[in-house]
Structures are given as structure tokens and as C-alpha cells.
Design a protein around this ligand. Structure first.
Ligand code: BGC
Length: 744
């Protein structure tokens, strides 16, 4: 690995040209301030800056352990995790700024993942909106709320590419596609960091989990990651790079190893690649106790050794491991870590504090007046509702049973997720208040008013085997004109440490669906979940399926907007839904293999297929329906043959052929027909979200540059091929029209 790594490094350094940014007047000012400060710091105070301690909670609210308060006053805890609330943060900041010797303010970091107080849809759902402006705006609002409560640093964006829905953390990312993942990563950084980090409503972003945390073997959280250097460079690393290029101020290491080296001790990753090659100038923080975990990984003999490895690898800050606190000094004394290394890290952390404006005003993020007025504003709530509806995906709608017929008299809402406030926010919404969120039943009731009777029956729990609620549910179904069946996972079935070996509907929910659907009442299933599920039986039997994900604070209103037809659904999934967990990992941009199946004879022996399951997914990447329909013309290219200097202009006419206005996410994929190494059967290279009035036709134009078709060749050079290509434009990764071109 080492040789190829060095080779890649050499290539990319040549390509990017070793850059050193010219020093600006502001930099000079900052540098001289930090030089002066560092000259006064003792070694203990320096190590303190590399230490991130956690704040706890008790019944009366957030609290800091007394021994930690002591560390703050001694200048040995430069940063705090999980403290928020303007007054509380101010009280801790005061300890650092008014009681420690050098008055250095602290960073206050928190997991602001899909909103802070106003909770937006889970990140995977947001990605399904394909709306980069909305994603950016949601993080802008989240930053505004978080900064009003003392937070100046967020552990976001999570940009891990994931192709395995068993892994519970797929809910935090953008899905399986690298190209789209890069765009979303950059949008999120812009949203959090705004134009100026020192503004009182912007926070420093922390891109995570570096690197390839989304590819644990068997989809089990924290498990080993092992992949080719080509896959790492081509599929997994680009979104981190995109976030860094967008200016992300910090990076968090991942828990996993890559090719035998845990990220928190990976010099190649944290120094050669991140800093030397990509030019990252911020700081790196470990994940929660991940330095200590180097012992469990079996690469460190004891905690001091773990500290030595992490410090020498390029890891600036220790999250709640106390390894640096306990051992950095002795490591310097024994010469195992140089003081220059520590100085470089201290400088990077102080620079972050400087850029956030904390030395000018350490309390700029703790404004209780702003906290009272700028959190969960009516505008934020309205946006959360709009965004949640844009993130939901209509997976099936046979016989157009949705939107609901205005003449219906009675709706039966049935299912364990129908009125479950606690689940609607989804994972990673720690500051969100589930009591303030709207359930599906509440959303439907508030639309139905007095005109339509709405009943609710739970039917069964999310998990467990009890079926004694079925009879009541069936009776309710029989009495109704239509059933809205709310099924799925509980919020804590995705997120950290929430891998599943089976990704079907838990408990007896499928049986409940059978019982309800066999009544013959039209049934629309609304799914609440944080990962793609294997639900072929629901797909077969239910009239309609709306993938609502966990939509955040306004989930129920947003779902009702779609069910009643006030919003025409436009979301498209960014992660493939398998038919069976045995197909996992399943993703659209796979390779053709030497023995691809022929669509006409998919079960042919000695071809790459299964004996017991088709190769095709239940729903492909990019798929989603609307209440209207769209037709695509043939793909037009401005030329047949291009040179490397040309832009390739591909276009199509998209027509709204249905009966209502609607938005369509038009997708462009490319296949390099003959590569130096095997290339995917399709790669997303563009999309356009177009609004079309009923009957309206629009021409959608894409511009592709040959350099957009670059990939790592056998010699690891990153370049594009001359030769034949196929471009596909269509409504998802499985359908569409194509045209061929050649680059000469
Ligand atoms: C998670 C991170 C998170 C950190 C701090 C860890 O367990 O992996 O994503 O930022 O905790 O809460």
C-alpha cells in the first residue's frame, strides 16, 4: 500500500501544484496575536488547548463535573462538548476567560446534524430533495439557532458515503453517490459557516468521519473498513475534500481502521493526504475516545502509546479521551513527541478561536435575548414543513389513490408510527423537543377539520410480536373510505450504534399490513424510517407508498400536505432500496463484470446473478414519483465527436404530461465505454430540478467538461479517456434515454 500511496501523493501534488497561501494583513494580525499568546503559555496550558471535555446533564439541566470545572479554571480544558444554552455556556466560558491564567476562550461543540431546536428532516431525507439551496438554508437556520445558545462549533457535515443500509448511520449522510455527496457537503459547509466565521450567527463546521466510516464490513457500526486505494480515492474521499475546499474549519477522525491503520493514528490520512496534499489548514479532532480505542484496535500498547501515535499522526484534539491531558507532557519529555508538533496543533486551535471572533468577544455566542427570539421562529417552522415535504418520496401510487379524494368522509390512520411524537424527529436531534413535533395523525386531523372523520388505531407496536390490536385496526379500516397505514422503524433504530442485520419492517408490522390490506380498503402506506428498507411485500400489496423518513418537527404537517395534494411530491431517493438484504451492498454505479446478465434472460446460468432474487433493486437510486407524469424526448448532443477542449452539451425536452403542476429532478449519467480500468455502468454527473406547469415543456441543458470524466488510471493518474461514452438523461438511474459520443 505504501508504494501506491506515495505514487498517488506524488501525482496529486503534481496536479494541484504544492500550494502555499500568501499571508494577508489579517493573517499577519492573527499570527502576531497568537505568537504573543503562545509565548506566554506553559506546556500544560498548551496541552489544555488540545483537550475537549464533555458536559453532562442531570434532571435540572446541563451540568459540568466539578473536576472538569477545575480543569477549565487551570487552563487544561480548552474546549467543551455538548454544552448549550446561552446562560450555561456563558457560565463555563466565564470560568475560562475570567478565572484561568491566560483567559483563553473555549470552543463549544455540539452535534447539530439536521437542525438544532427546529429539527429538519434527517440528512438522508434532505438529500432526497436534491435541493442544494434548501439544504444550505436548513444549516443556516440551524447555525443561527445554535449560536444563540452558545455553540460555536458543530460536528457537521457528516459526509460518509454509504452503500450498505444495514449501517444505521446512513440516516446522517447524503446517500450512496459521491458526486451528489460532494455538492451536498459543500452546501452544508456554506450553510453553517456563512460568509464570515466571526459573525454571531455562524459556526465552525467539522467534516466527519474521516475517513470511509460509511463502509464498515457487514454494515456493522465501528467495524473494519478495508478497500482498494482506488475505491477510497474515487468514491469515499471526495466528499471530505469537497467540504474542506468549501472552507470547513475542522475535521473529525473516524472510529474505523482503513487497511489496518485506525484513522486516529493514520499519518498518511491526517498528514500526508489531508494537510500536505489537500492543503487543509484547520484542526483535526478525534471522535469520542477514539484515541483511547487505539488500544482496542491493538496498535497501541497503553494509553501513552495511543497518545504518541495520535499526536504523531496529525490529530490535534482529543475528544473526551484524556489521553493528551494525561500523557502529552511525558511524551514530550521523553522525546517521543516533539514540542513543535504540540505547538503546531495549539496554533491551529487558537486560529480557529481567533477566526470565530472569540478573542474579541468570548460571549458573542451566548446571547440570551437572541436565544429567546431566534429559536423555533415561525419562519423556521414554516421552512421545516416545506423542506420535509420536499424530502419525502412517493414510491408507489397505483390507481392514483393519492392524493386523497376530496369527497372522502372517513380516514382510518392505523399503525404504530401514526401518532408517535417521540419518533418523528429521527436520530441526532438532541436539542430538539419531541413534544413540539407534529405527528401524522395530528397533521391529517388539522387538514381534515370537521369535514372528514379521522380515526386512529395503533394496531401493534413497532417491535414485538403482539397481534391483539389487529382486530380493532381491521374494524377501523372497514369503516373508513381509505386507510393511511403508518409503518416503519423507531427513531433509535438508525443513527450511531444502530446497525440491523435485517432491514425489513420490524415486529409484526408486515402482518398488520396484510390484515389491513386484505380488507380491500384502499391503503396508502406512509413509511417512517432512517434507512432504505426491504419492503417488497408492501410494494406488491399496498396501493400507495409515501417514504416520509423522519421529517423532523413538522413531519406530520408535511406528510399531510402531500397526502391531501397541497404539495406535489418531488423527492427522489439517494440510496438504493434493495429487495432483499442479501443484495447488500447494492448501488447504481456498480461495475458491469465480465458476465453481466442480459435483461431478456436475467436468470441465465454462469452469469452474475442470484438463484433466488433478481439483480435489480426494489427502487433504484434517483427514483421517485409525482402526482403528475413527465415525458422525456430523445437526448440531443451538440456534436458527435469532441476534443478535450470542448464542452459536451447534452439536452432533452421534458414535458409535464399529467394533470397538475409538478417538479421533476432530471438526472444525467455517463458511462465511459472503454476505460484503462473498469468503469461503472453509470455515474451521475448532473441534475436539474425543474418546475413544469401541467402541459408545459422545458428544455434541460447540461454542460459536461471532459475533465468531469476523470478517474484514477492504472498508474493512479487522475485523468479522462479519449474514446466512446454514453450519456443517459432520465428520471432515475434505471430509466432514461441515451446518446453516444466520442472524445478524440
Ligand atoms: C460520534 C460523532 C459525534 C461525537 C460527539 C461520536 O460518538 O461518532 O459523530 O460527533 O460522538 O457527540
Amino acid at each position: 500500500m505504501k508504494k501506491s500511496v506515495l505514487f498517488v501523493l506524488a501525482c496529486v501534488m503534481l496536479m494541484s501544484g504544492c500550494r502555499k497561501k500568501a499571508e494577508t494583513t489579517d493573517d499577519r494580525k492573527m499570527n502576531s496575536f497568537i505568537n504573543e499568546l503562545m509565548a506566554k503559555m506553559t506546556i500544560d496550558e498548551k496541552i489544555g488547548q488540545l483537550n475537549l471535555i464533555v458536559s453532562g446533564y442531570n434532571v435540572s439541566g446541563p451540568v459540568m463535573a466539578t473536576d472538569y470545572e477545575k480543569l477549565i479554571r487551570e487552563g487544561k480544558a480548552g474546549n467543551v462538548l455538548d454544552a448549550f444554552g446561552a446562560d450555561y455556556v456563558k457560565s463555563l466560558q466565564k470560568m475560562a476567560v475570567e478565572e484561568s491564567r491566560l483567559h483563553i476562550p473555549m470552543l463549544f461543540g455540539h452535534d447539530v446534524i439536521h437542525g438544532h431546536r427546529t429539527i429538519f428532516p434527517i440528512n438522508l431525507a434532505q438529500a432526497c430533495s436534491w435541493d442544494l439551496d434548501a439544504i444550505e438554508k436548513s444549516d443556516r437556520i440551524a447555525a443561527t439557532e445554535a449560536t444563540a445558545e452558545g455553540i460555536n462549533w458543530v460536528y457537521s457535515p457528516m459526509v460518509d458515503i454509504a452503500r450498505d443500509p444495514r449501517w444505521g448511520r446512513v440516516m446522517e449522510g447524503a446517500g450512496e453517490d459521491t458526486w451528489l455527496g460532494c455538492k451536498i457537503a459543500a452546501a452544508r459547509v456554506r450553510g453553517f459557516q456563512g460568509k464570515n466565521l466571526a459573525d454571531n450567527n455562524t459556526v465552525m463546521a467539522c467534516v466527519k468521519h474521516f475517513a470511509a466510516y460509511g463502509a464498515p464490513q457487514a454494515g456493522r457500526d465501528y467495524n473494519t473498513v478495508d478497500m482498494s486505494m482506488r475505491s477510497l480515492l474515487e468514491w469515499y474521499l471526495p466528499p471530505y475534500k469537497a467540504a474542506i475546499d468549501a472552507g470547513a474549519g475542522s475535521v473529525m477522525t473516524s472510529f474505523n481502521e482503513i487497511a489496518g491503520v485506525p484513522s486516529s493514528s493514520n499519518h498518511w490520512l491526517l498528514t500526508d493526504l489531508l494537510r500536505n496534499e489537500w492543503g487543509f489548514r484547520g484542526f483535526v479532532v478525534s471522535d469520542y475516545t477514539s484515541i483511547w480505542e487505539l488500544l482496542q484496535h491493538g496498535v497501541a500498547a497503553d494509553s501513552a502509546d495511543a497518545g504518541r501515535l495520535a499526536l504523531n499522526a496529525g490529530l490535534d484534539m482529543d475528544m473526551e479521551g484524556k489521553i493528551y491531558l494525561d500523557h502529552a507532557k511525558e511524551l514530550i519529555k521523553s522525546g517521543k513527541v516533539s514540542e513543535n508538533t504540540i505547538d503546531a496543533y495549539v496554533r491551529e486551535i487558537l486560529e480557529a478561536k481567533y477566526k470565530l471572533g472569540l478573542f474579541d468577544d468570548p460571549y458573542r455566542y451566548c446571547d440570551s435575548r437572541r436565544e429567546a427570539t431566534s429559536v423555533m421562529t415561525p419562519e423556521a417552522i414554516a421552512f421545516a414543513r416545506w423542506f420535509a415535504a420536499k424530502s419525502m418520496v412517493l414510491l408507489k401510487n397505483s390507481g392514483n389513490i393519492l392524493p386523497l379524494n376530496p369527497d372522502i368522509k372517513c380516514i382510518a390512520v392505523i399503525g404504530p408510527l401514526g401518532d408517535s411524537k417521540r419518533d418523528m424527529l429521527g436520530g441526532w436531534s438532541s436539542a430538539g423537543d419531541w413534544r413540539k413535533c407534529v405527528t401524522l395523525l395530528e397533521g391529517i386531523r388539522s387538514k381534515a377539520g370537521n369535514k372528514i372523520k379521522v380515526t386512529y388505531t395503533k394496531g401493534c407496536e413497532i417491535t414485538g410480536s403482539a397481534t391483539d390490536g389487529f382486530n380493532e385496526a381491521v374494524t377501523a379500516a372497514i369503516k373508513a373510505d381509505i386507510v393511511i397505514l403508518a409503518l416503519g422503524e423507531s427513531a433509535d433504530m438508525t443513527g450511531e450504534a444502530s446497525s440491523r442485520a435485517e432491514i425489513n419492517l420490524p415486529g409484526v408490522q408486515s402482518k398488520l399490513a396484510d390484515a389491513i390490506i386484505s380488507t380491500g380498503r384502499p391503503t396508502a402506506v406512509v413509511l417512517f424510517n432512517g434507512r432504505p428498507l426491504t419492503v417488497p411485500e408492501i410494494d406488491q400489496k399496498a396501493g400507495a407508498i409515501l417514504e416520509a423518513w423522519f421529517g423532523g418537527t413538522e413531519t406530520g404537517n408535511a406528510a399531510a400536505d402531500i397526502l391531501f395534494g397541497d404539495v406535489n411530491p418531488s423527492g427522489k431517493i439517494t440510496m438504493t432500496f434493495p429487495r432483499s438484504v442479501g443484495q447488500v451492498p447494492i448501488f447504481y454505479n456498480c461495475k458491469n463484470t465480465g458476465r453481466p446478465i442480459s435483461p431478456a434472460n436475467p436468470r441465465e446460468k454462469f452469469k452474475s446473478n442470484y438463484l433466488d432474487c433478481p439483480n435489480t433493486p426494489l427502487y433504484p437510486f434517483g427514483y421517485g414519483l409525482s402526482y403528475t407524469t413527465f415525458s422525456y424526448s430523445d437526448v440531443r448532443l451538440d456534436k458527435k465527436n469532441y476534443t478535450g477542449a470542448d464542452n459536451i452539451v447534452a439536452s432533452t425536452d421534458v414535458t409535464n404530461t399529467g394533470n397538475r403542476d409538478g417538479e421533476e429532478i432530471v438526472q444525467l449519467y455517463i458511462r465511459d465505454m472503454v476505460g484503462d480500468v473498469t468503469r461503472p455502468v453509470k455515474e451521475l454527473k448532473g441534475f436539474s430540478k425543474v418546475m413544469l406547469k401541467k402541459g408545459e415543456k422545458k428544455t434541460v441543458i447540461f454542460n459536461i467538461n471532459p475533465s468531469d470524466l476523470s478517474y484514477y488510471h492504472q498508474d493512479m493518474s487522475f485523468t479522462w479517456d479519449k474514446g466512446d461514452f454514453r450519456v443517459f438523461i432520465g428520471p432515475n438511474s434505471s430509466e432514461g434515454k441515451s446518446a453516444d459520443f466520442t472524445i478524440e
